[in-house]
Ligand binder design. Structure first.
Ligand code: HEM
Length: 497
């Protein structure tokens, strides 16, 4: 694989190497890196850099390929930090289900930006547990997984369809979809949706996406190895300034809420959280603090917008690539829902084919290909290896969603794998798109509702087609922490119902 070819020693590379060496000396770190006792094997480790040169570009294919050489459990080094990579459905599931692997590692950029608060990056412990439990139960109270949220999604779907009607016959749906999906989180967290032309809203979405790309990219990784860079001028400062801007926008919303708060009548997640802060203000150990509120809010935006919106874009792209499958979805939607009303969640059990198409699109598009890094809570024996406390563990979802022992011809788009002999929807155990265990995606139910309702509403009203007869839909993903489709233009034809 070209990503893993040895880097040629060019002059710029040597200069970078010397610079990094100096930085390491400045940080008083070891230059030569060795694997700990009884640690999984892996590729040779370069002094200073570890295996980081290989992680810079798209690491997904490279990590997959390494498993064929070093086995299902191997280790690489990001600078001097060891990372154990776990592959295959069986082993990834074992890691995810165990509390021993449920911590999050110390990642310098995250520490600088988020002080390990919020949910996604928070270390395993009471604070994380209470934030997670509170967020889930509050979102449930505001309609997560119930009728009210269904109505909000359908209202947003109607707005999205209107914007599709107003677009040219071929257009890039990226931002329309992003706006719609993000508005669902907005209505739960801020209590209101935004207009698609609202400047603050557009800036918030733009900054969140930019930050995700920057942090997941080469620059983010270099800063994680050499955190001292965050204090020096340079392009890396963009990450910190865009994070600060997002933070400021969220904090302004929180201040607005505080000014009009009625603790006995919370309007949304922010109000409920502010009431909790008030309730626990006498307890110095309470995790319910202003700073944590803005981090929880940010987490929901970051984890809940890009993921669902990217999945929807993939699903529409697959519909353009497989018009026969799209036609079969149209048929099922027409039979079950008809033309006179919008789809509803209670239609889902009667629409196994559409459900299968959504699941197969999720599996094959594999939007979080490497999962979110876990970390050992204590020293753990795993597959005859000894992983010291604090070892970073990467659950390679690509190896699960394309595991040949679980999926027949995994690289083919085949919704039929989610249907049994009588056409009923079945979900194989290896469908771990939302992860599993103590750190399982907090938004799984919401995301599944959004995917079903947005997808069926759009297909009820439109036919999607690839507008350029000279080319075919490009199904090669673009890696940016999540795997997104390459930007594309979509042809849209209203259906005559
Ligand atoms: C198709 C959409 C989505 C996918 C594929 C997805 C996938 C994931 C994955 C793979 C993880 C990592 C779990 C782990 O560490 O093993 C995760 C965590 C998380 N997700 Fe999602 N997610 C989606 C939508 C959402 C939505 C809509 C929300 C918000 C409402 C959300 C909130 C979170 C949070 C807060 C975590 C961190 C959980 C923790 O560390 O305790 N996600 N998600």
């Amino acid at each position: 694989m070209h990503e893993f070819a040895s880097p040629a020693l060019s002059v710029p590379l040597l200069l970078i190497f010397v610079l990094l060496l100096l930085l390491l000396l400045l940080q008083r770190k070891n230059i030569f890196i060795t694997r700990p006792y009884r640690f999984p094997t892996g590729p040779p480790i370069l002094p200073v850099l570890g295996n980081f040169m290989w992680m810079g570009r798209n690491p997904v294919a490279g990590l997959q390929q390494m498993a064929t050489k070093y086995g299902k459990v191997y280790s690489i080094f990001i600078g001097s930090m060891p990372l154990v990579v776990v592959n295959s459905y069986q082993l990834v599931k074992e890691v995810l289900m165990s509390h021993d692997f449920s911590d999050r590692p110390y990642i310098p950029l995250m520490e600088i930006m988020k002080q390990n608060l919020g949910i996604v990056g928070a270390p395993y412990g009471e604070a994380w547990k209470r934030q997670r439990r509170f967020t889930l139960s509050t979102l449930r109270n505001f309609g997560f997984g119930r009728k009210t949220i269904e109505e909000r999604i359908l209202t947003e779907a109607k707005v999205l369809m209107e914007t599709f009607k107003q677009e040219a016959t071929a257009f890039d749906p990226h931002f329309n979809i992003n706006n719609a999906v993000s508005n669902i989180i907005c209505s739960l967290v801020f209590g209101s949706r935004f207009d698609y032309v609202d400047q603050d809203f557009q800036e918030l979405l733009h900054l969140i996406e930019e930050n995700l790309v920057l942090q997941g990219g080469l620059l983010g990784q270099i800063c994680n190895i050499f955190p001292v860079l965050c204090k020096l001028p340079g392009p890396q400062q963009r990450m910190l300034t865009s994070q600060a801007k997002v933070q400021a926008l969220v904090d302004a919303k929180i201040a607005e809420h505080r000014a009009t708060l009625d603790p006995s009548n919370p309007r949304d997640l922010i109000d409920a959280y502010l009431a909790e802060i008030e309730k626990e203000k006498g307890d110095p150990n309470s995790p319910f603090k202003d700073k944590n509120l803005s981090m929880v809010t940010l987490d929901l935006f970051i984890a809940g917008t890009e993921t669902t919106s990217t999945t929807l874009r993939w699903t529409l792209l697959y519909m353009m690539a497989y018009p026969d499958i799209q036609a079969a979805c149209h048929k099922e939607i027409d039979e079950v829902v008809g033309a006179d009303r919008l789809p509803a969640m209670e239609d889902r059990p009667k629409m196994p084919f559409v459900d299968a198409v959504i699941h197969e699109s999720q599996r094959i598009s594999n939007i979080v290909p490497l999962g979110v890094v876990h970390c050992t809570l204590k020293s753990v024996e795993f597959q005859n290896y000894l992983l010291p406390k604090g070892t970073m563990v990467l659950t390679n979802f690509t190896s699960v969603l394309f595991d040949e022992s679980q999926w027949e011809a995994p690289h083919e788009f085949n919704p039929g794998r989610f249907l049994d002999g009588s056409g009923k929807f079945v979900k194989p155990d290896a469908f771990l798109v939302f992860s599993a265990g103590p750190r399982v995606c907090l938004g799984e139910n919401l995301a599944r509702m959004e995917l079903f309702l947005f997808f069926t509403s759009l297909l009820q009203r439109f036919q999607f087609y690839w507008p350029d007869p000279a080319s075919k839909p490009n199904l090669e993903p673009k890696y940016q922490f999540t795997q997104a489709p390459q930007p594309y233009k979509m042809g849209v034809r209203p259906r005559n119902l």
